[in-house]
Structure formats: structure tokens, C-alpha cells
Design a protein around this ligand. Structure first.
Ligand SMILES: [Zn+2]
Length: 389
């Protein structure tokens, strides 16, 4: 595999909340892995990317997506959506369930749920659309699963299960809590659909009582997907649990302000993760992740380098996956971006702070350049990186 040196980076945002901005201007990559981050690295390489002073960030990791088969999404009867998202800076998608198949809603029985998770996991294992890392095979938890089913999904490599169709009137029998124990024992994370009913029409309503009872790792779209739980319950979950709090593009922006007031007062930026909750009724939104980051940075007042962590490193940590950080030893999933011509911002970072979407110049996944020069889904960045092979 070809080695790559990225030089003349302006700002380098790491995606790591512990150290979100690094004083460095070069990244050296070998075998798809970041070997060195530093200043004026002089190593020989097969490919040189001259960033010409623009910003480097980790590839965005969508915490809540709904892949179905390859690049096709039946939800909007459209194709190539993963390629479009990749041009919007997304290098990894975490599936919140592959349920947007024609015929929704599906009967909530174990055979259907397991079949869907096995099939989609196997399909995406064999096919990485546009090079994007799709973490699919998310099991939708329904009544009647047994512990062997959790062995089986762990064996195929599924890393996430999700409560969405579970009948919470069954809670007194302890089954839902057992599912959480069985998942955790196998290193599988648990997400819950929170708030009101989704497009399926049969997802279960869940607020603070159910979240406290089930104790998921991640509260899916806590600010609505599309309908949030009551405002005071959003605040309560932030203050009274330690779950990860997911903000999605499909939700209610007013409650993002509510949630973030609590998060700021608790100094709990590490618990916030960003996703789009698409494709679905909200559509296909290639720049959805950047829109959410820009909203947090410009309206909510989260420093842009921290808002980027919520769309990258935090998502990786929440899901137990080595994604979303520019760090030695991590996969070279990197986006180079700048402000768009005509924006009053001074650079890509300032662009997010001012609420202007940035223009993407380069997208790299595992050290391979997937977008070079400019993205097809953003206006051109004012300065574009040059690539010499
Ligand atoms: Zn969803």
C-alpha cells in the first residue's frame, strides 16, 4: 500500500476531547495507518498531499444511520447515498438498525430481527460502498430472544443492539434488563430509540423512566428522531444517568439547546455524540453531519474543535470502535476542508464557529484518497489541497 505524507496543514483537529487541537502541520501514513503526526515531517512518501494551509479533521462518524443494502436506500428509493455522504466528509456509518426495508413495519419477532441483522452484516462485510466503513448488523431487540441469539450475533461481529420495537409493557418480567446484561457480557453496546413514534409507526415511546430502567449505553436521538421526549425528561437523563446522549439531524433543534444547557453545566461534552438518523423520512442529507456540528458551534456556543469531537472521536468511544481520531496508530480516515469562497470566516474552523458549512477538499479512508481536489457535495473550498503521486 502506498505511503502518504500530508504537509502544510493549517489547523489540526484531533477528534480527541483530551487534546482537541494539536500543534502540528504534517501527518505521515503507512499501510493505511497514521504513523506520525508532527511539524515539518520530512519523510519520503509515495504520495504527497500539500494541504496549503487548510484544516485537517478526522473523517466524520455518523452515530445513527440506516443503511439497507449497499448504496440503495428504499426509504427514499434512491441510490449512491453513501457516496454522497462520503463527499460530505463521512468515513464511517454506524447503523441504528437496517429496518427501513420496503414493507416496514416488520413483525417484531426474533426470527425476523435476527435474519435481518445477519443478512445485512454479511452483505456489508463483503462490500464497503465507496470505501465507507458501514457498521451494520445491529440487532433490533424484540421479545423472545434467548442468550444463544446474543452468542450468534457476537460471533458474526455485530457490535450494537437496539431497543425500538420492544413492548415495554413486558418490563416486569426482567427480559429487557437481561438483554442488556447479555449484550454487555459480549462487548456489544446497547442503544435505545427514545422519544415518540418513528416513521415505522410501531416503534415504542420511551422517556426517562424507561431509560433509567433499561440503562442503555447510548440514548438514541435524545433530542428527537423526529419527536423528542418531554423537555424536562431530556434534562433529567442528562443529569441523572451517565448514558451517551445522541443528537440527530432528524430531531428538534429547540431541545438541542435544552440538552446542551445541561451538558455544559455538567461539563459532560464527552457524553455527546452526533448522527443524522438518515436515510429515512428526513431524507438523504450528505452534509447533515456538518450541519449539526455548525449548529452546535455557532448557535449553542460549543467550541468548533469540541463539536468536531462529538461527530468523530466521541462516537467511536461510545460504540467501542477505533474510529474518529487523528492519532498515531489509528486508521488514516482524514478530511481536509476550508471555508467556502464568499464566507466571512477566516478558515475552516472559524467557518463552523460562524455557522457556515465548510467546503471539503480531500477525503481519505484507510490512507486511500477517495475525494481529491474538491467534493461533489459541498461548494468548492477556497483553498484546495494538491496531490502529487
Ligand atoms: Zn433511527
Amino acid at each position: 500500500m502506498k505511503s502518504v505524507l500530508i504537509k502544510n496543514i493549517g489547523a489540526l483537529l484531533t477528534g480527541d476531547l483530551k487534546n482537541p487541537i494539536r500543534a502540528a502541520d504534517s501527518i505521515y501514513i503507512e499501510d493505511g495507518v497514521i504513523q506520525e503526526i508532527g511539524t515539518a515531517i520530512g519523510r519520503r512518501s509515495d504520495i504527497i498531499v500539500d494541504a496549503r494551509g487548510i484544516t485537517a479533521i478526522p473523517g466524520l462518524v455518523d452515530s445513527h444511520s440506516h443503511p439497507t443494502f449497499g448504496e440503495f436506500t428504499p426509504a427514499q428509493n434512491s441510490t449512491s447515498w453513501i457516496n454522497h455522504y462520503m463527499h460530505g466528509g463521512v468515513t464511517a456509518l454506524i447503523s441504528a438498525g437496517e429496518l427501513h426495508v420496503p414493507g416496514l413495519p416488520l413483525p417484531p419477532d426474533p426470527r425476523t430481527a435476527l435474519s435481518l441483522a445477519f443478512l445485512t452484516k454479511r452483505c456489508y462485510d463483503n462490500s464497503r460502498p465507496s470505501g465507507v466503513k458501514v457498521h451494520a448488523g445491529t440487532l433490533l431487540l424484540v421479545p423472545g430472544l434467548n442468550e444463544e441469539d446474543f452468542d450468534a450475533i457476537a460471533e458474526v461481529g455485530s457490535r450494537l443492539v437496539k431497543f425500538i420495537f420492544y413492548d415495554y409493557s413486558l418490563l416486569p418480567n426482567g427480559e429487557a434488563e437481561r438483554y442488556v446484561v447479555w449484550a454487555r457480557a459480549r462487548g456489544i453496546k446497547v442503544k435505545i430509540h427514545s422519544g415518540g413514534v418513528s416513521r415505522s409507526g410501531v416503534s415504542q415511546v420511551a422517556g426517562v423512566d424507561i431509560v433509567k430502567r433499561i440503562k442503555p449505553d447510548i440514548v438514541g436521538h435524545i433530542t428527537g428522531g423526529p419527536i423528542p421526549m418531554p423537555e424536562e425528561e431530556v434534562d433529567q437523563i442528562a443529569r441523572e444517568t451517565d448514558a451517551y446522549l445522541e443528537i440527530c439531524s432528524s430531531g428538534n433543534s429547540r431541545l438541542v439547546l435544552t440538552l446542551m444547557r445541561a451538558v455544559k453545566s455538567l461539563d459532560a461534552f464527552h457524553r455527546v455524540v452526533i448522527g443524522t438518523d438518515t436515510p429515512g423520512g428526513t431524507g438523504v442529507i450528505p452534509r447533515g453531519m456538518f450541519r449539526e456540528v455548525a449548529f452546535l458551534a455557532s448557535v449553542v456556543g460549543v467550541p468548533p474543535e469540541i463539536a468536531i469531537c462529538m461527530a468523530t472521536g466521541n462516537v467511536g468511544i461510545a460504540h467501542g470502535l477505533p474510529l474518529g481520531m487523528l492519532k498515531e496508530g489509528r486508521p488514516a480516515d482524514i478530511v481536509l476542508l476550508d471555508k467556502i469562497h464568499g464566507s466571512v470566516a477566516s478558515d475552516g474552523v472559524d467557518s463552523l464557529a460562524k455557522g457556515d458549512l465548510p467546503g471539503v477538499s480531500v477525503v481519505m479512508i484507510d490512507g486511500e484518497i477517495k475525494v481529491g481536489g474538491r467534493s461533489q457535495q459541498t461548494p468548492p473550498p477556497e483553498r484546495a489541497a494538491t496531490i502529487t503521486a
